[in-house]
Ligand binder design. Sequence first.
Ligand code: HMG
Ligand code: MG
Length: 295
Amino acid sequence: MITESSSRDGLQSLGAWVPTAAKSALIDSLAGTGLRTFDAVSFVSPKAVPQMADGAEVIAGVEKRDDVVLFGLVPNMQGLEAAIAAGVDGIGVLTAASDTFNESNINATVDESMHRIRRILLETPEDLEVRGYVSTATHCPFEGEQDPDWVAHLAETLMEWGVRSVFLGETIGRATPAHIERLLGEVLDRVPVEKVGIHLHDTYGQAIANTLVALNHGVASMDSSAGGLGGCPYAPGASGNVATEDLVYLLDGLGIDHGVDLMGVAGVAHRFCADHNLRYNSDAGRALLAAAEGE
Ligand code: HMG
Ligand code: MG
């Protein structure tokens, strides 16, 4: 199952304001290509991440469809209240393996953020699906390589506390397949594979190779971002998530069903990048669009 992250992770680091209607329209257009689950917005401090200040309005502007699921990222109780008021279908709660990253990202140590998550989980209405993100799951921008055993412990604890699934965030895109092997080797010992998702950034061009490792381990849930948009304002130098187009091209080649119109995603993302002066960053999308133009 693909979760489309372009309207959240894809846009959160941008300085130039993307109008609210354009964010909602991006989700609508991508839903039109068959994508069904969206890491749509975040409910965070507008001082910390100004681009995400309009999360509620973005959700309000999305065409209501029974087959589309919208998630909002929630760092604290204030975020939970905003997410409930906005009417999202699910929330993402977040911690990280590394204290330094977590403090810079959400002003909390890992321990403090786990306590926040516990409180959020106790207050979350039952009809809201909750996923837990563990960022810097292999590498921290400040502390370097992380201990897979520690990440597995955090993932297992989140599951025990009631999240529906755990997403391993490779926040800075530095991991190679060997790192993902080691990480999944530990995590899958403690969390059932169908409850594990991955969220890979592609800074070092390893995200597709890393995706293949995850698929080979039976991990079937992955975040991706149309046009390869994205980054984290608190992870210096990190580029976008694995491009949805590159992921879908890989799944096609492996004969794995996904229900997504690859050319449709490429067209939507390429247009969005052109409209907002952003670099279009999918290799598969670029190749397919060039081939289509040459026909
Ligand atoms: P803080 O300063 O400790 O919070 O920030 P606070 O409780 O002391 O409040 C300070 C101010 O923020 C107050 O406003 C609050 O009202 C406001 P003021 O009185 O100064 O006007 N505030 C909020 N406003 C709106 N929504 C809220 C909220 N909470 C407080 N939920 C906080 C702590 C977590 C809020 C802050 O550090 C923050 O917003 N951080 C967000 C960082 C972020 O969004 N990072 C990117 C997303 S994570 C990511 O990208 C990784 C991921 O993709 C996976 C991966 O790649 O690994 C998911
Ligand atoms: Mg991310």
